[in-house]
Design a protein around this ligand. Sequence first.
Ligand SMILES: O=C(O)[C@H](O)CO
Length: 444
Amino acid sequence: MIRNRAALAASPAHEVALDCIEAAVDAAAPAVATRSAIKRDGATLTIGEATYDLDSYSDVVVVGGGKATGGVTRALESILGDAISDGHIVVKQAVDTDTVRSSVGDHPLPSDRNVEATTDILDAVDDADEDTLVLFVLTGGASALLSAPAGELTLDDLQTTTDRLLSGGVPIGEINAVRKHLSDLKGGQIARRAAPATVAGLLLSDVVGNDLSTIGSGPSVPDETTYEDALAVFDRYDLTPPPAVRKHLEAGRDGEIPETPFPDDPAFDRVTNLLVGDNATALEAAADVAREAGYEPLVLTSRLRGEAREVAKPLVAIAEEATAAGTPVQPPAVLLAGGETTVTVTGDGGQGGPNQEFVLSGALTHDGDAVIAAVDTDGEDGSSDVAGAVADTSVVDDRERARDALLANDAGSYLSEAGATIETGPTGTNVNDVAVIVVPDPDT
Ligand SMILES: O=C(O)[C@H](O)CO
């Protein structure tokens, strides 16, 4: 899956790092995650703990959206075959589905084609009745791909608002509190529209901590945020919403528009939501591969966050501690961490993304023989076309240039020139970032 693997495998420790990355991305593949969460035995469909008698539904409809929704849907098609009557999903990369129609949409900003496909999905959900089983597939990126402007709002209002929130340093939970209140399906509203149908939500998480109501703005999940909360986000981050958006949120706050459904809303009486995979799924698979290679794995966290170049420093310090003192793990060892780090771009910026900044900063900070790798599991680190990078300290032999590149947010150019960037292409999954630090045995 790593297209330039041969060029990156400079040492046995590099090999282990690349094996861990590949295992992590493979385990988070939507098909793998879906097949381990969903089973069919004749007419009995088991989704997590819940069972559904397919014979008791006149229609089984698959709808949803997100970057990895194509893979989940294909797996559903192979499990359910002709039990699926209809469906429609919106994805970022074209996918070859069978009964379920798939539309390609735009991300991170919603577009006309997103709205058009979402309208069709909402029509299908509105048509569902008590004899319908709706399988609602939600993966990261769905907040943009599934877009239905509420009330008098326009697509332009949604685009401007999304753009301001995304570039305003607002955490995803708060961005999505706003998105839920500008939409006709987010924040549990698809459950309300589908009632009295049975709804099974299948979610693959790209959200640190896996808050189901934040993943893709939780169309099938109860929403505890309010119009008031959405308005407060703009104040907290000193951002100005477009006038129509402010008007809409204020009307909601004043009780002129119904709130998104709370957990006790009867709309959820026939709704279950299951997390089919997350960052931890990827880390566990990487740990298994490290162990098989004779390295002691240590999963530090699946909740890594913060400025990528800063986050790298304590992690390489742990690698140094392991080498010097055999704690918290005895080398040969592999430290694993997942989550979502960020980059604050200063000046004009350059090439790269959080994972490339993580690796370059780690290599600049590290005093030892560790190999440092980090990727975005979707194959696109930030806005670059590589997944991340792998390197040891030899990559920063030209320290001054490496430091300048990091300062200019140009880690990507530096690492690509050094032959250290990892190329996977779009992986079809999306469970955030994975960092791997291979600490060789100091005695060999
Ligand atoms: O679509 C979204 O809201 C983000 O990817 C988080 O799931």
